[in-house]
Structures are given as structure tokens and as C-alpha cells.
Ligand binder design. Structure first.
Ligand SMILES: C[S@@+](CC[C@H](N)C(=O)[O-])C[C@H]1O[C@@H](n2cnc3c(N)ncnc32)[C@H](O)[C@@H]1O
Length: 258
């Protein structure tokens, strides 16, 4: 996956790219990401990349021309079409499906990070980038959303996660939330690990995990189940959940030791 991040605040993104999975993906050659300072594409001595909004009002607006120049330079450098993405609270909501789509994108991904009051509208009109939102709230800039998008996509590339099974079992991959996880010790402050997880019975563990994934989804995000076509096993497990007590801890089979 090839990415370019166009930003006025390169230092907001560089440290994150040097950590954890994003770092590992670059070391393995599975992610190539370059951070470009938009000020490098200004022509004036003071490298001004923003200005006051026409019509008055608070804040500053990012100028269009440095962005046009940066995108032209990237087109020339890559020698190919680019997929332009513009983080925006007005954009298409980010989902796991969208992350998969970005992972599979053969074109270089270019993130146009807004800041202040946003970007001169002519950037949207001329370049027609895809606007992408990471949620119905407003952040200071597009840098964190760009990192969120890259992280969500990169961890789906085979070879990035230590265990390829991890991404397959996670929330949303199958339109379900993930099942609860436990690690050593088996007793924490009197709370025991569900016995089935210690049983060594792979089929029983698989069934328990499936059921708990369904329970989590039913309790926390019932909307995900609404249009879902359930197979026989899922229907049976959901029936069991509905007939059990709703106390989540007890129903998970954890429970406090006396
Ligand atoms: C302060 S915001 C501008 C918000 C803009 N005036 C509006 O109300 O639509 C500055 C930048 O942060 C980014 N941003 C803020 N919230 C976001 C969100 N929920 N998803 C994606 N990007 C966001 C965008 O790049 C935006 O240009």
C-alpha cells in the first residue's frame, strides 16, 4: 500500500507512523508512506498556506494552490493515477468494508489533511477527492483521521499482523462484534476465566466464542444484527442467549469465586 499524507503539521503524523503495526508494515515493505509538508508547495517567502475566509468569520482557511501543486507533483512522481482522500466530518463514514477497500486499492492513496476551518472549496470542486469521515464529531485537523484510515487498512494486509487469524476474528469483519478475551492468570481478584477456555476442547471454544460474539453484538450493537441472515447455528445460539439471564458477567460463565 502506498500513501502520501499532505499536511501543514507533519510532526502530528510522523511519530505515529514510527510505532507498532505501522512501523512494522513499513519495515516489511508492505506499506510505503511519505509525509509532505504543504508549505513546501507555496511560492512566497513566508510559505503562507492559509488565509482568512472570504465573507469574514472566525479562523483561517487552507489555500487551494499549494494543494494543487502538491497533487500535480505527486502525479508526476508516481506516474500514475492517484486515489485522493479528504478527511472531512461531511464525508462517507469509515467502516471496516471501506478499510478493506483501501487495503485493496492499487493506486497510491493521497490524504489531503484539512486544518483550521477547512480547505478552500475549490480543492473539492477541482480535484473531486473522496471525503471520508471517522465519525460525527469535529476534530482539529485531518491528520488523526488520515492515520486512522491508514491504520485500519494496513492491519488487514496479510503479513502485517503477527497472526493472520487476528484480523479475521475481529469486530465487524463478519458484521459481528468480537468475543471477550482473557489472558493469564486464570483468577484475577476472584474472577475466573470461563472454564470452557481452559478445556482444550477446540469445538467447544469455537462455539463459546461465536455465542459471545453474538451476545456482544446483541447487547451493544443490535443494529448490526437487524438485516443479517442468520445461519442455523447462529439462530440457535441467539435463542439460547435470549433465554438466559441478561446479567452479562454471569452469562459469560466468568463469575466471582466465592
Ligand atoms: C475543524 S475541522 C473543519 C470542520 C468544518 N468547518 C466543518 O464543520 O465541516 C478541520 C479539519 O479536520 C478534519 N476533520 C475534522 N473532523 C473530522 C471527522 N470527523 N472526520 C474526518 N476528518 C475530520 C477535516 O480534515 C477538516 O478539514
Amino acid at each position: 500500500m502506498r500513501c502520501d499524507i499532505l499536511t501543514l503539521f507533519p510532526d502530528m503524523v510522523r511519530p505515529v507512523l514510527g510505532q507498532s503495526m505501522l512501523k512494522r508494515a513499513q519495515e516489511k515493505g508492505l506499506l510505503e508512506v511519505r509525509v509532505r509538508n504543504l508549505r513546501d508547495y507555496t511560492l512566497d517567502k513566508h510559505q503562507v498556506a492559509d488565509d482568512a475566509p472570504y465573507g469574514g468569520g472566525a479562523g483561517m482557511v487552507m489555500k487551494a494552490e499549494p494543494i494543487f501543486r502538491a497533487v500535480d507533483a505527486l502525479r508526476a512522481e508516481h506516474g500514475t493515477e492517484l486515489r485522493l482522500l479528504m478527511p472531512s466530518p461531511q464525508g462517507r463514514p469509515l467502516t471496516q468494508r471501506f478499510a478493506e477497500e483501501l487495503r485493496d486499492e492499487p493506486r497510491p492513496l493521497v490524504f489531503l489533511c484539512g486544518h483550521y476551518e477547512g480547505i478552500d472549496e475549490r480543492v473539492r470542486l477541482v480535484l473531486q477527492p473522496e471525503e471520508v469521515s471517522i465519525g460525527d464529531y469535529v476534530l482539529t485537523g485531518g491528520e488523526l483521521p488520515a492515520l486512522v484510515l491508514i491504520d485500519a487498512a494496513v492491519r488487514l494486509i496479510p503479513g502485517v499482523l503477527g497472526d493472520p487469524e487476528s484480523a479475521l476474528a475481529e469486530s465487524f469483519t463478519d458484521s459481528l462484534l468480537d468475543f471477550p478475551q482473557y489472558t493469564r492468570p486464570s483468577d484475577v481478584q476472584g474472577w475466573a476465566v470461563p472454564e470452557v477456555l481452559l478445556s482444550g476442547n477446540h469445538e467447544a471454544v469455537r462455539r463459546w466464542r461465536r455465542k459471545e460474539a453474538l451476545r456482544n453484538t446483541f447487547l451493544k450493537r443490535p443494529d448490526l444484527l437487524r438485516d443479517r441472515v442468520l445461519n442455523d447455528e447462529d439462530r440457535r445460539l441467539l435463542d439460547e442467549i435470549l433465554h438466559e439471564r441478561t446479567n452479562v458477567c454471569e452469562a459469560r460463565g466468568g463469575g466471582r469465586l466465592s
